[in-house]
Write a protein that binds this ligand. Structure first.
Ligand SMILES: [Zn+2]
Length: 57
């Protein structure tokens, strides 16, 4: 199950959270609950701004 992780900044509260690029469930911000990523069957649709790519190791 290869895939990258992205550090995504929440558009509402600026919390930064790591999201798997192939998230299979909706990812919500841990602080305010805003949706950060939606599953699409392939790469997740990221709602926030990607601050950094965290390479899979
Ligand atoms: Zn937030």
């Amino acid at each position: 199950m290869a895939g990258n992780f992205y550090r995504v900044q929440c558009p509402d509260c600026e919390n930064e959270q790591v999201v798997f690029e192939k998230a299979s469930a909706t990812v919500a911000c841990a602080v305010c609950g805003t949706t950060l990523a939606r599953p699409t069957g392939g790469k997740a649709d990221l709602e926030g701004e990607v601050v950094e790519t965290v390479e899979a190791r």
